[in-house]
Design a protein around this ligand. Sequence first.
Ligand code: GRF
Length: 226
Amino acid sequence: MKNTSEKHGKLKAAVLISGTGSNLKALIDAVQSGKLDLDIVRVVCNRAQAGGIAYARAADIAVSIISHNAYGSRQAHDEAVARVLEQDQAELVILAGYMRILGEAFTTRFTDRTINLHPSLLPLYKGLNTYARALQAGDRETGASIHMVTSGLDAGPVISQVRIPIRTSDDATSLSNRLGPLEHKLLVATVDQFCKRKIRSESGRVLYGSQVLSQPLQMNHDGSFR
Ligand code: GRF
């Protein structure tokens, strides 16, 4: 009896970044330590100065720097990114701190195979400044979510989340510091579910095993799901 990765081959993923790349590093570390059976075929970055590029180069992963400034429109830039991903036959596109909105032509083309990490408990606080907005609202907890990417900003079905309490002493920096390591775990644990073919998306619906996922998976702080 073949195991799932033998049956399907290793899942091929492309990771899109814009900045520090700490989430990319978490994925690379997990692959290198044997925790994640993923083939990162390419890193695409839209900013030539992004620190995260160094992590890809150190791991010998192909890098494409596709600067948005070099294109006349969002659609033309998206198209250049899409072409590279298709050449590589990426089965999963992971937006890990990719700070560009992808247009509808891209999201339609890569529907059911693009995921994004977002620093809030979606559907709360789509867009930017999520910690400040949670603090401003007096929320008692915050967290991070991984969702399927659709044409609406941070609006696709939510796959998984991790939560932390907000303390009275917290500010946006302390929340970001506490949540950062948990975001990394959430990304690795969620991508692992894709690698094992336990999670997949079909026709805009997330399936967990053979069931439609009706609630996001909640991750414990040790990386397991409940
Ligand atoms: C993370 O906080 C993520 O939630 C947000 O952008 C940040 C990415 O950081 N979308 P990094 O580039 O992976 O270090």
